[in-house]
Design a protein around this ligand. Sequence first.
Ligand code: UT7
Length: 329
Amino acid sequence: MPSAVLCGLGAWLPPDVVTNADVAARTGTTDEWITARTGIRQRHVVRAGTGTADLAVEAGSRALKSAGLDAVDYVVLATTTPDRLCPATAPEVAHRLGLAGVPAFDVSAVCSGFLYATQVARALISGGQAETVLVVAAESFTTLVDPDDRATAPIFGDGAGAAVYRAGDPDEPGAVAAVALHSDGGLADLIAVDGGGALARSAGDTAPAHIRMFGRSTFAHAIKNMEAVTREVLAIAGWDLAEVKHVVGHQANARILTAVTQRLGLPDDAAVLHLDQVGNTAGASIPLALHHGSATGRIRAGDRLVLPAFGAGATWGAAALVWPDLVPG
Ligand code: UT7
C-alpha cells in the first residue's frame, strides 16, 4: 500500500502587520501581558477585500512549485473561515491554481484542520484514489475577531500553509508515519462563533459572527490532550519519544507548547515556536511553523517530527513524520 509522502511546502502571510502595541491601544491590554501570557508579538492580518482563497492560492502555488508539480489529483482545503457560506472555497482555489476539474473540497476542523486534511490525503493516496494531493490550510481568523475584545484580539492572526503529498514508500523521508485524530462535541462551547450559522439564521438572530473563547479551560484541555495524542501517535508509528527532534504543534500559546514538551520529557528547545511572528492562525499554524522551521534551517532532512494540535470543536490530533529533503516555497 503506498504511503503519503510530503514533497512540497508553501506558505503565505498577508503583508499587513498588527503589533501588540496596536492591540493594546484598542483593547486596554498591554504588550507585556500579551507577550508574557502567550508569546505572541505580532500577527499578520488580511486587509479589506482580501479573503481566504487569496491566501490559499499564494501558499498553494508555492507548495506546487516546491514539489515541482503543476498538476495534482485532489485539492483539500482546511479552513474554518471560508470566503462564503456556500459554495466551498476549495474549488475556487483549485481553479485559480490552474487545477480546474480536479476534485476540491473544504475540511472544517479549526486548529486541527491541517491534520484532518492530511489524514484525508493519506487515505486518498493509500487507497489508490490519488497519486498527488495538495493540502492547503488557510485562515482569515481575524475576520471573526471583535477588535475590541481583549480575550481574542491579541490571539489570532491570518495566513496560509500548504503541503503536497505524493504516493511513495513508507520508509522514505517525508512519509507520514502515523496520524491520530479525535473530537469531542461536548467541548464545543470552549471556543465558538455563534453568529452567521443556520441555527442563528433560523432564529432570526443577526448578531455579528464573533469568536468567543474560554481561554483558561481551553488551555488545560489543550495541554492534556496534546500530550496524550502525541504519545498515541508515537505508539502507532512505533517511535520512542527520545527519537523526536521537534514538536511542531498548533501555535496557540507558547506556554501550551512548552508545557506539552516538558510533560513529554523532551528538552524545551524541542518545541518549534513561530507564534511570536504570526499569532494563532488556527488550521494554518502547523504548516506555517513547518515552513518557518525548515526555511530557517532549524528543521533538517532526517529529523523526526511530531505535530500535535488542539482546538475548537473540540478537535485534536497529531501526526508523525521524518522530515524530507525539500526546498520550501
Ligand atoms: O487555537 C485554539 C486553541 N486555543 C487555545 O489553546 C487558547 C488557550 N488559552 C490561552 O492561550 C490562554 O488561556 C489565554 C492567553 C487566552 C489567556 O491567558 P491565561 O493565562 O489563561 O489568562 P486568564 O484567562 O487565566 O486570566 C489571567 C488574568 C485575569 O486577571 P485576574 O483574574 O488574575 O486578576 C484576567 O482578567 O489576566 C487577565 N486577563 C488579561 N489582562 C490583560 C485576561 N486577558 C487579559 C488581557 N490583558 N488580554
